[in-house]
Design a protein around this ligand. Structure first.
Ligand code: NDP
Length: 351
């Protein structure tokens, strides 16, 4: 079986995070979205029918050398992720200490004391004693009924510092924090965040936020690293580059790589960790085969020109809530039910 060797980056707690991880968000129904069914795509229904494929792909990922797994309470995959991890440990494929597991705390656990409730729930579903990194998924606090709880993320952070102290997690971090929120958090915390997980891809480079985080020793992790480049995410009127973009195809050809590999390599050369999601085994291998070539400065400059600030993930239904991190747009929308109350696991039978 093919093997990949993925380098690591040091976190501020001294731990090593592999610079490429396996993302486990099955997301909204991609089939509905690809079919152009705007109403269905917008309903944000989770497509759990792909969960068994993800289980197989994750199992393969660990077999070939992936050691970093990104999940979240919201993704409702913690039971499956935990089953695979425990199975691989039992089979002797990997030791627990060789794995880097991240999960996240959702909006309705933002009171200081509730952070521990959320983390203990994740550990139970994952069937693990600790996770390597826990993230505040978003800076807003919203009840299961959609009420703005207006809890300061500094209060939530104190809950994060507490679960760290108790040894339930090895490192604490945030996700979807903007520049201003990062500065405020860093100025008002006892333990600085180890990481900020944000959307970064060729359309959304976020140079200012990335440079600030990196200058403070906060490792930047890129979610949705392909943006709308891949057909399943190509929203109407979304900008170039797509997979067949001539500039990207020419660069890929020069290095004998694919356009997606060039994309991940470009992020790596910016010192950014990526967590691409795929349920396709060949792509699991492809996405991690980016450590045997280097983009030259000319190609880096050409690729950088695709940055136009376009967001793939723009949850406008949260934009009136306190601490929404992105700029607002005129449209209005209701929070989809599946983002407020859900069950976990392929059988959706574990709370
Ligand atoms: P990605 O950029 O990882 O894109 C996923 C899509 O790309 C899937 O349709 C997948 O298809 C396809 N794909 C993957 N590899 C290739 C390849 N080599 N060639 C062609 N197509 C490919 O987007 P995500 O939004 O899933 O982000 C990745 C991860 O980031 C998530 O799984 C999650 O863990 C995390 N995330 C975090 C967020 C946060 O708020 N913190 C928000 C969003 C994501 P297929 O699976 O069919 O192979």
């Amino acid at each position: 079986m093919a093997q990949v060797k993925i380098p690591t980056i040091k976190l501020n707690n001294g731990a090593d995070m592999p610079v490429l991880g396996y993302g486990t968000w099955l997301g909204i129904s991609e089939k509905a979205q690809a079919a152009g069914d705007a109403k269905e795509a917008f309903s944000f229904d989770f497509d759990v029918s792909d969960a068994p494929k993800m289980v197989e792909a994750l199992s393969y990922a660990i077999d070939i050398g992936y050691r970093h797994i990104d999940t979240a309470h919201l993704y409702r995959m913690e039971p499956e992720v935990g089953q695979i991890i425990n199975q691989k440990i039992k089979q002797g494929v990997v030791k627990r200490e060789e794995l880097f597991v991240t999960t996240k705390v959702w909006h309705h656990f933002h009171r200081e004391a509730d952070v521990e409730v959320s983390v203990r729930g994740s550990l139970r579903r994952l069937n693990l004693d600790y996770v390597d990194l826990i993230l505040m998924h978003w800076p807003m606090s919203i009840s299961q009924k959609g009420v703005d709880e207006k809890i300061d993320y500094l209060e939530t952070w104190r809950g994060f510092e507490s679960v760290l102290k108790k040894g339930l997690v090895k490192a604490i971090g945030v996700s979807n924090f903007n520049l201003e929120q990062m500065k405020r958090l860093l100025a008002n915390c006892k333990v600085p965040p180890a990481s900020n997980q944000i959307e970064i891809n060729l359309n959304l480079g976020q140079p200012e936020l990335v440079e600030y985080c990196q200058s403070k020793g906060v490792v930047v992790v890129a979610y949705s690293p392909f943006g709308t480049m891949v057909p399943s995410r190509a929203a109407p009127n979304s900008p170039e580059p797509k997979l067949n973009n001539p500039t990207m195809v020419a660069i890929a050809k020069k290095y004998n790589k694919t356009v997606t590999q060039v994309t991940l390599r470009y992020l790596y050369q910016r010192g950014i960790v990526s967590i691409p999601k795929t349920i396709t085994k060949s792509r699991v291998l492809e996405n991690a085969s980016i450590f045997d070539f280097e983009l030259d400065q000319g190609d880096v400059a050409t690729i950088a020109k695709f940055d136009n600030g376009y967001r793939t993930v723009r949850p406008i239904f949260w934009q009136d809530y306190l601490n929404y991190p992105f700029d607002k747009v005129p449209e209005k929308a209701e929070i989809p039910k599946s983002l407020m109350v859900w069950k976990n696991g392929i059988n959706l039978d574990i709370d």
